[in-house]
Design a protein around this ligand. Structure first.
Ligand code: PLP
Length: 415
């Protein structure tokens, strides 16, 4: 069918195929995941849970959701799973509403340190409804400061601690945070939206055995459809399910749940594990290349799929070609887009720029690894990014590079 929207979808597919995607939270879902997402399951209302629906005609739907739950439980080795959250934010909301009352105190990582909006930011429902106390990374080494978490927990006696991040490049010691929570009778929710794929592949310690709740998106390193999921201990399963539906959602997106099951199937394969290993190898290789070019990397490196560059600190140091210049995340993001490289500007710890401008950029390797880039290609990309930053005002250079990148990308088709 050719109409306006299908023309635009084609245009967007072409953009994805012809540009380099360094956005850490994005990925390319498989054709099978796309097929399930675009299936007739979108037609069905199925409020409730398998065997307990508020609509008839759910026999097949029940089989799909039961299958997704079984796979999800097996994959994460969890006692209980809910696959209905429409997104990562909805998953977090459902956990909060299952155990907290408005005004309750919660500890969550500050946005500037790498936490997510739903971990208590003032402009988000989380920060409006609950009394979130932020913890931050250590200003010296830019690593999570477990001592600070302990001190704040002792001081504020939160009902819940939230651990997990959108922009943190190091292994998170979930077991250490769990101990602090237990010692203070607090519950622990870990948000593995970004690192779910790494957790499944055993490249990041799983929080499942040490947390009361684990939330995730399904579309980042997990490479499934857009959506969320929640794992919990058996103790909280029933409360949690009621908090998702009827507590905070209506009908489940069955097309998305089916696509989650397809993604879970894919995540069980050896190829998925190999893919996650390469994601980390690529991230480390690119990060090292940037370091060699004189860039300041937040926390001085990466253990996972993402790292952050502090442009301000880079310009303030004397050992690179950008010394003394004024460069923000916003400027770099826009120049790179003109050259066919997409990424996002990102606040760095204790950033003095606003979240709209920022002093940093976030670089992730999940998407480029899916399309087959390895160490050689990611090192090349680091050099392209560097050239763009240096020649950010040279429109002709940016245009020529865009064409070069377009040709380069043709060797790595996505679909
Ligand atoms: C750590 C974390 N939690 C939750 C979310 C929210 O997910 P969604 O965009 O699906 O609501 C994100 C998304 O970026 C995230 O990074």
């Amino acid at each position: 069918m050719e109409n306006h929207i299908f023309g635009l979808i084609k245009e967007e597919k072409n953009r994805q195929e012809s540009t380099i995607n360094l956005i850490a939270s994005e990925n390319y879902a498989s054709k099978a995941v796309l097929e399930a997402t675009g299936s007739v399951l979108t037609n069905k209302y199925a409020e409730g849970y398998p065997g307990k629906r508020y609509y008839s005609g759910c026999e097949t739907i029940d089989k799909i959701e039961d299958y997704a739950k079984d796979l999800g439980k097996k994959l994460f080795e969890a006692d209980h799973v809910n696959v209905q959250p429409h997104s990562g934010s909805q998953a977090n909301m459902a956990v909060y509403l299952s155990i907290l009352k408005p005004g309750d105190t919660v500890l969550g990582m500050g946005l500037g340190s790498g936490g997510h909006l739903t971990h208590g930011h003032k402009i988000n429902f989380s920060g409006k409804i609950f009394n979130f106390v932020p913890y931050n990374v250590n200003p010296e080494n830019e690593l999570i400061d477990y001592n600070e978490i302990e001190i704040l927990t002792n001081q504020h006696q939160p009902k819940l601690i939230v651990a997990g991040a959108s922009a943190y490049s190091r292994i998170i010691d979930f077991a250490a945070i769990s101990k602090i929570a237990k010692d203070n009778n607090a519950l622990l929710m870990t948000d593995i939206a970004h690192i779910a794929g790494l957790v499944i592949a055993g490249l990041h310690p799983s929080p499942v055995s040490v947390a009361d709740f684990v939330t995730s998106t399904t579309h980042k390193t997990l490479r499934g459809p857009r959506g969320g999921l929640i794992l919990s201990t058996a103790e909280y399963g029933q409360k949690l399910d009621r908090s998702v539906m009827p507590g905070s959602q209506g009908g489940p997106l069955m097309h998305s749940i089916a696509a989650k099951a397809v993604a879970f199937e894919e995540a069980q394969t050896p190829a998925f594990k190999e893919y996650q290993k390469q994601v980390v190898l690529n991230s480390k290789a690119m990060c090292t290349e940037f370091k060699n070019l004189g860039y300041h990397i937040v926390s001085n490196g990466t253990d996972n799929h993402v790292f952050l560059i502090n442009l301000k600190k880079t310009c303030n140091s004397s050992n690179n070609e950008l010394s003394g210049q004024e460069i923000t995340g916003d400027i770099v993001e826009r120049a790179l887009e003109k050259a066919g490289i997409t990424l996002n500007r990102n606040s760095v710890p204790f950033d003095t720029e606003s979240p709209l401008i920022t002093s940093g950029i976030r670089i992730g390797t999940p998407a480029i690894t899916t399309r087959g880039f390895k160490e050689n290609e990611v090192k090349q990309i680091a050099h392209w990014v560097h050239e763009v930053i240096k020649k950010r005002n040279d429109e002709m250079f940016l245009q020529n590079l865009k064409e070069e990148i377009n040709i380069f990308c043709k060797n790595f088709p996505i679909y």
